[in-house]
Ligand binder design. Structure first.
Ligand code: BGC
Length: 260
């Protein structure tokens, strides 16, 4: 791929919006990542201005570079459907077409965990694994990506399965460990319940554990006793941006073929 059509991955989070061009041969950033604070009133329009600044910042990104953008919510057909940790004005906003018009690039908007899963599949812990892989991101919430034989089934939202009669996320996310100052053992007991429920629902071949806390996987993964192989993610916080770049490039090439 020529340098000027490198895809750009952008991760929209509650505190920062981060982006970098993605080298699809190496599975790494092609330039140093740029981070800009998320605007206080983070409406789609305000976030679009920050995204435009990030696009302008990178020399590698011009012409037909596709752009992949991750959002912490459900995204169907380019429209955001849920907004747990972002401004409610995102719900039902046609963000993909809005950004395509604003930026003049092909844009793909994708759930954050789905992007991270695609990053780990292409270049990280899930690379070369066949069958059903589930990526779980343990952060403020619990995000999941379901990838079967290399094909993403988007918006799985399995962080919200039932545990003790209610939503698993506010019982087992990493933010809960931090806020309640749980020991690794106490948190692992909750994860044990969560991953047991998860594997009994979907019988995956592999579970990959991502999110910032995956750097400390040695402290809690060995405490889990489940049937499915469970391993830490490898790309750490680059997974989302890299996966968004992978998805943007895939979608872009499908669109270009259709036009021909
Ligand atoms: C949302 C998911 C998101 C996850 C991680 C959850 O609360 O429902 O869509 O992937 O948080 O940000």
């Amino acid at each position: 791929m020529s340098k000027k059509s490198l895809p750009l991955g952008i991760d929209v989070g509650g505190s920062g919006i981060k982006g970098a061009p993605v080298d699809l041969d190496k599975g790494e950033f092609a330039a140093e990542r740029l981070r800009i604070e998320t605007p206080e009133k983070a409406t789609p329009e305000a976030v679009a201005e920050v995204i435009a600044q990030i696009v302008d910042h990178f020399d590698d990104v011009r012409g037909d570079s596709p752009i992949g953008i991750t959002i912490p919510g459900v995204v169907t057909h380019g429209t955001v459907r849920t907004a747990a940790n972002i401004d409610k004005s995102w719900i039902d906003f046609p963000i993909e077409s809005f950004l395509e018009e604003r930026l003049g690039h092909d844009v793909v908007v994708v759930n954050d965990a789905d992007a991270a899963g695609m990053g780990e599949l292409a270049f990280g812990a899930a690379k070369g694994h066949e069958g059903l892989v589930v990526m779980t991101t343990l952060g403020t919430g619990i995000g999941t990506a379901l990838i079967n034989e290399g094909v993403l089934v988007p918006n799985s939202e399995l962080g919200h399965i039932e545990m003790n009669g209610s939503d698993a996320e506010p019982q087992a996310a990493n933010s809960v460990r931090e806020n309640e100052e749980l020991s690794w053992e106490d948190w692992a007991a909750r994860l044990q319940q969560y991953y047991t429920a998860l594997e009994n629902l979907i019988w995956p071949d592999l579970i990959v554990v991502g999110g910032g806390v995956s750097k400390k996987a040695k402290k809690f993964l060995p405490l889990l006793d489940i049937r499915t192989p469970i391993i830490p993610a490898e790309l750490e916080n680059a997974a989302g941006i890299i996966g968004a770049g992978v998805l943007a490039a895939q979608t872009h090439s499908k669109k270009s073929k259709k036009k021909k």
